[in-house]
Design a protein around this ligand. Structure first.
Ligand SMILES: Cc1cc2nc3c(=O)[nH]c(=O)nc-3n(C[C@H](O)[C@H](O)[C@H](O)COP(=O)(O)OP(=O)(O)OC[C@H]3O[C@@H](n4cnc5c(N)ncnc54)[C@H](O)[C@@H]3O)c2cc1C
Length: 363
């Protein structure tokens, strides 16, 4: 396994459970690592509005999460603080409300009605979240959404994979890979390793590493900036893509998106934009102290859907990328790992095939 972020760690767990001997070669703290900078949502709303397989895959991941979180707690003692209390996406204009309603309807159509949601007006939103302002035109609500503590999740995954016997080697950036008939020689800054099966889960670096084993995996970074406030008594029961209250009491505020290359700096302009939008929804937060801010890079394919690719040239090489690694974690640790292990994945095979990188041959 190359990469020990959310994707690499979940796959390592699944492969170890399938009786594979797994070694994880990970990079270091100066890498772009979205698993350490994300928002922690287990989010279904809006996912797959233009892709039935993605809508179905995301829905199945959300349904698999309670069992996955319980297993992690049982095996590691780490409670990832899964809360599936539903999720809200606030709309501040009539046109936002209409386009959100259209998107929700499309997701429901793509899942043959499995995706549940409601479009709520201001009064109905207020029944769920009494603190919202009159500026909120309405919101979409789905009972299938939720959130976790993403850093506890990464800790739980690392604990679990090592308990299952995976060897984890940090600060071992892979610089080259040589494919042979018998397997792969993986060359890191400090040494050489050999394996029969190779899984690339190195986030944005996958594009470069995949080329070495005959795969084309086009990816680009997308910057998101986030704010963290001081702690409060729990008051925000339902998360949204703009704000959630963490299990530790802080508010995590975010949802910027910028296509500006490999830039993970923060800017006052973007942070002010995030804060201003939030204050239109929750004006009572005006005097809250912001303690920290950061930015991290999403790992995006050209169509925003995951890539689950098996090399045609070297069929024991795989590449996995997605921009919802928290949401999809439960499926990656089970179904997707079974696919990589060569086991039957029954009804999911069709969905996995849809996410092959073949779809980008014209990109
Ligand atoms: C701002 C933001 C908010 C987000 N919010 C959510 C959310 O709410 N819900 C959700 O589901 N998803 C969210 N995501 C997306 C989620 O964080 C990612 O999908 C997920 O973290 C991707 O994990 P990864 O393991 O593929 O990548 P990474 O976390 O980037 O991990 C890649 C790993 O590979 C290592 N590596 C890199 N190069 C090499 C090399 N040459 N050799 C060895 N190792 C290497 C790195 O050190 C790193 O550990 C968000 C992302 C961002 C940026």
């Amino acid at each position: 396994m190359i990469g020990g972020g959310l994707v690499g760690a979940t796959l390592a767990i699944g492969l170890a459970r399938a009786s594979h001997k797994v070694r994880v070669l990970d990079g270091g703290d100066t890498d772009f690592r979205s698993s350490r900078g994300n928002f922690g949502l287990v989010w279904v709303q809006g996912k797959g509005a233009h892709s039935a397989p993605y809508a179905q895959w995301t829905g199945s991941a959300s349904r698999a999460w309670p069992e996955f979180a319980a297993e992690l707690l049982d095996a590691t003692g780490v409670d990832v603080q899964l809360q599936q209390t539903g999720g809200i996406d606030y709309c501040l204009t009539e046109s936002e409300f209409k386009s959100q309603a259209d998107k929700m309807q499309r997701v429901q159509d793509q899942t043959d009605g499995m995706f549940e949601y409601q479009m709520l007006d201001n009064k109905e939103v207020r029944e769920l979240m009494p603190q919202i302002s009159k500026a909120v035109v309405g919101a979409s609500y789905s009972p299938q959404d939720g959130h976790v503590n993403p850093l506890k999740l990464l800790k739980a995954l690392h604990t679990q994979m090592q308990k299952l016997g995976c060897e984890y080697l940090p600060n071992q950036p892979v610089i080259d890979i040589e494919a042979r008939n018998s397997g792969f020689k993986v060359i890191t800054r400090d040494g050489e390793f050999y394996c029969e099966k190779l899984v690339l889960a190195s986030g944005l670096t996958n594009t470069e590493l995949a080329r070495k084993v005959g795969m084309s995996v086009p990816l680009k970074p997308n910057q998101g900036q986030l704010l963290i406030t001081e702690r409060f008594e729990p008051f925000l029961k339902i998360p949204s893509i703009h704000i959630r209250q963490t299990d530790e009491g802080t508010l995590q505020i975010g949802d910027s998106s910028a296509d500006i290359g490999y830039d993970d700096s923060t800017s006052l302009q973007v942070l002010a934009m995030i804060a201003n939008r939030l204050l239109k929804i929750f004006p009572h937060l005006i005097n809250v102290n912001v303690l920290r801010s950061w930015s991290a890079l999403r790992v995006l394919t050209p169509d925003g859907l995951p890539v689950y690719e098996q090399s045609e040239l070297w069929p024991n090489a795989y590449a996995v990328n997605c921009h919802s690694g928290v949401t999809l974690a439960a499926q990656h640790a089970t179904v997707l790992s079974q696919w990589i292990a060569g086991e039957s994945v029954d009804n999911y095979q069709g969905i996995i095939n849809e996410f092959s990188a073949d779809r980008f041959t014209d990109v």
